[in-house]
Design a protein around this ligand. Structure first.
Ligand SMILES: Cc1cc2nc3c(=O)[nH]c(=O)nc-3n(C[C@H](O)[C@H](O)[C@H](O)COP(=O)(O)OP(=O)(O)OC[C@H]3O[C@@H](n4cnc5c(N)ncnc54)[C@H](O)[C@@H]3O)c2cc1C
Length: 449
């Protein structure tokens, strides 16, 4: 007998909607890869300059670009400004001098010192003390974490600061300069058009979006942008640190162990414990490695805190205030740029120098940072700033420091704005004019004209 119910085909042909049978499978079987469908992304902006990463280098880059009139965006994956310098609890600017009493980093870094100090949240040796080798003076500042390196040690121009005040100052400065800030957004990849970054793809809870800037500054610390853009780079595995702060320390200034196991801070009764390194090396760009490191370091750092409480009377009633929100990663990926700065370049003056730095453990050596260390020959609209610029591992020890990161950030931001204003590739920026511009705004660029 024929059914009186219409067949599926018949219903479909009558234009009725037919629900597909629900898929009740609970597994899809073994697959080795997954093909993500291509999709069109909304372009959410076309700034002159996009700075990726809002650590100390990225903040300086964004400020430098915006203050020169460039429409500037600053992208950051976390909800915080400052990166290692703030939420990484690396709250020491080492160092702004050459180890002989001469200042070599100024510009935006000095502006931040002034602004943070203006709120009572920075401590540093007064200038008459710089280069003083007197053991009492050295020991006094060692307690603030400001003396490192081999004897003969001397007091240096280095600065201990409060990270929250640094963040507040950064917010104010960026807002005043008109920088458009985009937090909680990960840089994901770039879309290249030949040797040009055409689009920067960002990922957030809003999904994937594209930004089409004229110039990009990679200030991610890990070189995420330069890697995605195909620039040559190198990468290392390192042992991580996890600094933490302790509150409620009695007479922290006089307690034994100060200056080695912990440092004074601008907060009364609060000290900074520079825990690390962890014995195991990690790949800082591998989330599994980093997850294990977070767990291991936190446990070990907590053990160190408990030991202090047990063994040091000043810590008897102390509490653990906070662990760094970023593992202490000294280095990961670095650009191999148009020039790689080497140990032999110490005290060499370069014609295209755009920043200078001393060395935190060595006195009487100053590195010029040539503009070529901030650019890749392969990408026409990419600059690099901070701890991923083009140097050897030896020189990285100096250029990774916060003052140097701010100085290279300032140079990269100024160069990006100049490239936009003069409509040239980053390789064709007039470096003489860039140097003069940086100097006119208080930066120390070193080099020779
Ligand atoms: C243990 C340790 C001790 C140190 N001691 C000192 C010291 O005493 N004095 C000193 O001056 N320096 C010190 N340094 C070095 C210094 O802290 C860092 O090298 C410097 O802060 C790096 O600044 P940066 O802006 O280049 O990078 P970071 O501070 O790493 O900033 C990078 C920013 O980019 C963001 N980011 C990264 N990837 C993405 C992405 N894909 N999308 C969006 N955002 C992203 C990050 O969240 C971060 O905010 C130390 C470093 C370590 C690890």
């Amino acid at each position: 007998m024929r059914s009186v119910l219409p067949t599926v085909a018949a219903r479909a042909s009558e234009g009725q909607r037919v629900a597909a049978a629900p898929d009740r499978r609970t597994t899809i079987g073994a697959v080795d890869s997954w093909l993500e469908p291509a999709r069109e992304l909304p372009v959410i902006g076309r700034p002159d300059v996009l700075v990726v990463g809002a650590g100390s280098a990225g903040i300086a880059a964004a400020l430098a670009a915006a203050r020169r009139g460039a429409d500037t965006w600053l992208l950051e994956r976390s909800g915080f400004l400052g990166g290692l310098a703030t939420v990484g609890l690396i709250n020491l600017l080492l160092t702004m001098d050459d180890g002989g009493g001469t200042v070599v980093v100024a510009g935006l870094c000095q502006e931040f010192v002034d602004r943070v100090e203006g709120r009572g949240a920075a401590r540093y040796p007064p200038s008459p003390e710089w280069d003083n080798e007197d053991p009492d003076a050295v020991d006094r500042w060692r307690r603030w974490g400001l003396i490192w390196g081999a004897p003969p040690e001397a007091v240096r121009y280095s600065v201990a600061f409060d990270p929250e005040v640094f963040i507040d100052v950064a917010h104010e400065a960026l807002a005043d300069a008109g920088v458009r800030l985009r937090l909680h957004s990960w840089f994901a990849s770039v879309g290249m058009s030949g040797g040009v970054v055409g689009a920067v793809i960002v990922e957030s809870k809003r999904g994937r979006e594209a930004i089409c800037p004229r110039m990009v500054v990679d200030a991610t610390g890990d070189g995420d942008v330069l890697v995605s853009a195909g620039a040559e780079h190198e990468q290392v595995a390192i042992p991580p640190y996890l600094w933490f702060r302790v509150g409620g320390v009695e007479d922290a200034g006089g307690a034994p162990g100060g200056g080695r196991e912990w440092f004074l801070t601008t907060g009364k009764g609060r000290v900074l414990v520079p825990w690390g390194p962890s014995p195991d090396r990690v790949d800082p760009c591998d989330p599994d490695d980093m997850t294990q490191a977070e767990v291991r370091c936190r446990l070990a750092a907590h053990g160190a805190f408990e030991r202090l409480r047990r063994e040091v009377p000043a810590f008897a009633d102390a509490w653990l205030d906070d662990y760094a929100r970023m593992l202490g990663i000294t280095e990961s990926r670095r650009l191999v740029g148009a020039y790689v700065l080497r140990k032999e370049d110490g005290d060499v003056r370069f014609g295209d120098s755009v920043a200078q730095t001393g060395h935190w453990t060595r006195r009487h050596v100053v590195f010029d940072v040539p503009y070529r260390c901030l650019v890749s020959p392969a990408v026409a609209n990419l600059l690099v700033a901070g701890r991923c610029i083009s140097t050897t591992r030896y020189v990285h020890q100096a250029t990774k420091e916060i003052p140097a990161a701010m100085a290279t950030g300032e140079a990269a931001g100024a160069a990006a704005a100049r490239a936009v204003a003069t409509d040239v590739a980053v390789q064709d920026v007039d470096v003489g004019a860039l140097r003069a511009d940086l100097r006119s705004r208080g930066a120390f660029v070193g080099g020779v004209d």
